[in-house]
Design a protein around this ligand. Structure first.
Ligand SMILES: [Zn+2]
Length: 918
């Protein structure tokens, strides 16, 4: 890929990278203080110190008083726009005479009080409307359905905001641009919440046991540990260079023994509570035990509908009936009972076949000897198929007749029993009741295998029902009751809720993973490693060892394998299985709160305050299984009293992937991993972090996939250079703020705030661009753009382009920390009117006032003025000799002596010009 040339410092441009280097150095020397560490000192001083927690009313009062004299320069009081309270957000002077440390600490409290106070205050004045509605549409606010009064008390300090990136996996190549897009999105939200006075926590976790790590190790002939170490080092650097807000005290590496010990602890807990079982296929975690809470829990989550739908579909909750059927075959002497799931019992008479999974125990007894070979062949084939392959096989499913039949309990007809690999043993009792009338897939199966669509070849006595989808229990209640009732009396059915979800296959035959803490004793069987012996560490290797196919790599480490049975002391072997890749990121977000703790995953008081995470950002590829496992673990930990919340993340955002020209736009995870990963760093070198951040956010709605474009990145870099130049050019020139500037500013505040709250960050970037365009054009004179406007712009820009915002803040002569500046609020009052009032003069006399469209042209305004009765009375409707039009303020019609009689005092001047009620 041709990389565009490095941007030069030209007559117009400034060197973006130089600015960034400077700020990054400063930040490196002043790392973010952990908001969690403040916990201990938090409550006491804040509650004791009444000056920091002033009653909201008085603090709001202070704001207004403090802020009113912020206009620089003079404005003629008669022409000064009626601003009312729109100035509230103008300028919050920083605490002076406090050391930076104290300032940081006290700001945490005072800003939030400030904010709350202002909200209260605003409530009466009308512009709280937006605040309120925004809170409803954007539940980024801390509003948990499960919040208890106790927690409310614990939350008395500034509100917390825990934002999480889905743990990236370490790679020697560093981040991909798609990943950086998610990180940039989260960064904007984190910085915005910080500005809103929240105590923000942004940890970082590395999902280091991913298969891709092992793959890179193999390719580079180094150990996976080295991949993790080098990968993390490079990615940490990238995060710093990207200007990411990260609390480095809260870093977790899931392949670090002190962290993965908790994967092993979790396994032992699951085992202890009976959610783990071991069979011929290996270890399984009974995630199905949590199917119902996982289903109902979705209701409370502010997650993308698409992701929730995927979760719901994966859980596959169905209300229906469990039916006991009888099966037999010509040669089998007797009847065997088995369970099937029936979604609509009233459709049971239409059922024309049954399909069993190849693992079904019934098969041993009932298969007709003529069909036995074929069935066995299918069983062998199925063993070789992966779970996903089997599930995906639906349409082209294989099927073999067993020669056996089942008795349809509603019609007493014999219906054939088939076997197919797409029926899963742990879903719906491993059996499907074929209803070709109801279900397209069933119909396809029947047609493919020549199974009659109607039971017994005779048409049912019932009226033919069209194959419609019905909601369980909808309509036909009476019919259902009748049939179900009679079947229930016969004891062959009961109401039943079934789930498609199946258990989590928990063992991997790989080296790079968390060892399953089990010891295989000849006498005692599978014995859990005692908790005190955790972690069971992986052996150290220089390079991956290759083992024979079918053999677990860990078995190659003799010393490691040899151990003693914890129960009887007999020499035994360790389990050589390792856990699934994702296990670490299932609890890692909790660990982030307290990563140095050696006795628990995280202290209870921290979990109480900080969970669930307010926001988690990650790629859509996690939407199904990964999130299901995270939620399951979270529910389980809540059940055993480890965490106070069942759900891990209140709000979730999935960023879209970025396709690059390099991969020909192929939407392929592997291609996007390899391609733009390397490029991301080179772009940082050439254009700097802020340009890359803006570009990633500007490409389109961040939840959609986007096409990479070098031109777009260049444009963002130029925009930043222009911004710098424009603001620099205006510093010290502003004398006052005109209404137009004020409206533009408040429009910007509204657009940017909305964009963040709705994750439409691209819209915020265009708002910045339009505003800078206004500042650069002839629209606003030098005098009418005051410093407060430039400051507000900079505060808004800070979450998006932090380096540039810091630089401009510095240029503006501001000494305070811009990240601690309160987020500006817009005034609806100011933005609403599309009309303005003009004072109308005839010569030097004020004769009337009129309302005109904001956009009205001078001619339109004059025409409208001439229509006024008060004007007509004086001028007879004649056009003026000269007109002075100050938009938004006044219109002067000037008549020379010849054209106008000597002016008379206005007759109707009793009406005041400035309406006190205005
Ligand atoms: Zn033993």
């Amino acid at each position: 890929m041709d990389l565009p040339p490095i941007l030069n410092r030209g007559p117009v441009g400034i060197d973006l990278r130089e600015i960034e280097k400077r700020w990054q150095e400063i930040w490196q020397h002043h790392p973010l203080k952990s908001p969690v560490a403040e916990e201990a000192e938090d409550n006491a001083p804040l509650e004791a110190d009444s000056t920091l927690r002033a009653p909201s009313e008085s603090s709001a009062q202070e704001v207004t008083e403090e802020d009113s004299p912020t206009h620089e320069g003079d404005l003629d009081p008669s022409t000064q726009p009626k601003l009312g309270q729109d100035q509230i957000s103008e300028d919050h002077s920083s605490n002076q005479g406090i050391s930076p440390q104290e300032e940081r600490h006290s700001n945490d409290a005072s800003i939030s009080e400030h904010q709350e106070g202002r909200e209260d205050h605003d409530a009466g004045s009308g512009f709280a409307e937006n605040l309120k509605s925004s809170d409803e549409t954007m539940p980024l606010t801390d509003r948990s359905p499960e919040k208890t009064p106790v927690e409310d008390q614990q939350r008395k300090g500034p509100k917390t905001f825990f934002c999480l990136d889905m743990f990236p996996y370490p790679s020697l190549d560093g981040f991909s641009v798609s990943q950086l897009r998610g990180i940039a999105t989260n960064d904007v939200v984190a910085r915005y919440q910080q500005s809103r006075g929240r105590r923000v926590l942004r940890p970082i976790g590395w999902d280091s046991f991913q298969a891709s790590v092992e793959e890179e190790a193999r390719q580079n002939k180094i150990s996976p540990n080295q991949v993790v170490e080098r990968g993390i080092e490079r990615m940490q650097k990238q995060l710093r260079r990207f200007g990411t807000l990260v609390h480095w005290d809260h870093e977790v590496d899931t392949s670090n023994p002190k962290d993965y010990r908790w994967s092993q602890w979790l396994f032992l807990q699951l085992l202890d509570k009976g959610h783990v079982h071991h069979d011929d296929a290996g270890w399984k975690v009974a995630i199905t035990d949590y199917a119902e809470p996982l289903h109902t829990g979705l209701k409370h989550l502010k997650w993308p509908p698409r992701t929730k739908a995927l979760q719901r579909n994966w859980i596959g909750r169905r209300e229906g009936c469990r039916l006991i059927l009888k099966a037999s075959s010509e040669l089998y002497d007797g009847w065997e009972e088995f369970d099937v799931f029936c979604r609509r019992i009233e459709a049971l008479p239409e059922s024309s076949f049954v399909v069993l999974c190849p693992e079904h125990p019934l098969l041993e007894q009932i298969v007709d000897p003529i069909q036995a070979d074929e069935v066995r062949e299918l069983q062998d084939r199925t063993l070789k198929l992966g779970e996903r392959e089997r599930m995906a096989n639906r349409a082209h499913s294989d099927g073999v007749a067993t020669g056996a039949y089942a008795l349809n309990p509603s019609t007493l007809q014999h219906i054939p029993i088939w076997v197919s690999s797409y029926v899963m043993p742990d879903i719906r009792f491993g059996a499907i009741l074929g209803m070709p009338d109801e279900n397209e897939a069933h119909k396809e199966f029947a047609v493919r295998h020549g199974i009659p669509l109607k039971a017994g070849g005779q048409s049912s006595s019932r009226r033919r029902r069209r194959p419609t989808r019905r909601r369980p229990g909808a309509d036909s209640g009476a019919e259902k009751k009748g049939l179900q009732g009679s079947l229930e009396v016969r004891g062959v059915t009961e109401s039943y809720i079934d789930y498609k979800l199946h258990d989590w296959v928990f063992d991997r035959q790989r080296f790079w993973g968390v060892p399953i803490p089990i010891i295989e004793c000849e006498d005692c069987g599978k014995v859990p490693v005692p908790e005190s012996d955790l972690p069971v560490r992986l052996p150290d290797v220089e390079e991956l060892v290759e083992v024979a196919e079918g053999q677990n790599p860990l078995t190659a480490f003799d010393d490691w394998m040899q151990t003693k049975c914890p129960e009887c002391g007999k020499a035994s072997l360790r389990s050589s299985d390792t856990m699934p890749d994702w296990i670490g990121s299932c609890w890692g977000h909790l660990r982030c709160l307290d990563p140095k703790n050696e006795t628990v995953i995280a202290r209870q008081e921290l979990l109480n305050i900080w969970t669930p995470a307010n926001l988690c950002v990650g790629g859509i590829e996690h939407a199904e299984l990964h999130l299901m496992y995270v939620r399951f673990v979270s529910h389980f930990l809540a059940d055993i009293g480890m965490t106070p919340r069942q759900e891990p993340y209140r709000r979730l955002f999935n960023q879209g992937r970025i396709r690059s020209q390099e991969t020909d736009g192929i939407d392929d995870a592997e291609a996007s991993r390899r391609g733009p990963r390397v490029i991301a760093e080179e772009y940082l070198d050439r254009y700097g972090a802020d340009a890359l951040r803006l570009h990633l956010l500007f490409m389109g709605p961040p939840q959609d996939h986007s096409e990479w474009s070098d031109e777009g990145l260049k444009g963002c870099a130029r925009f930043l250079q222009r911004t710098h130049e424009t603001i620099k050019g205006r510093i010290g020139k502003g004398k006052f703020v005109s209404r137009n500037v004020l409206v533009a500013k408040h429009r910007l505040i509204r657009r940017v705030s909305r964009a963040i709250r709705t994750f439409r960050l691209n819209k915020a970037v265009s708002a910045f661009m339009e505003f800078v365009k206004l500042l650069r054009g002839d629209e606003f004179s030098m005098e009418e753009v005051d410093k407060a406007t430039l400051k507000t712009f900079t505060v808004l820009l800070a979450p998006f382009a932090p380096h540039m915002a810091h630089e401009i803040w510095d240029l503006l002569g501001e000494k305070s920390d811009i990240t601690q500046e309160p987020w500006p609020e817009h005034s609806n009052e100011l933005l609403q009117p599309t009309e303005v009032q003009l004072a109308v003069f005839v010569n030097e006399s004020l004769v009337d006032r009129m309302t005109v469209e904001l956009e009205a042209s001078k001619t339109q305004v004059i025409d409208q003025a001439l229509e006024l009765k008060s004007v007509k009375d004086r001028t007879g409707g004649k056009s003026a000799d000269r007109v002075v039009h100050v938009p938004d303020r006044l219109l002067k019609l000037i008549y020379t002596e010849s054209g106008q009689e000597k002016e008379q005092p206005p007759e109707k001047s009793a009406e005041p010009f400035f309406d006190p009620n205005m």
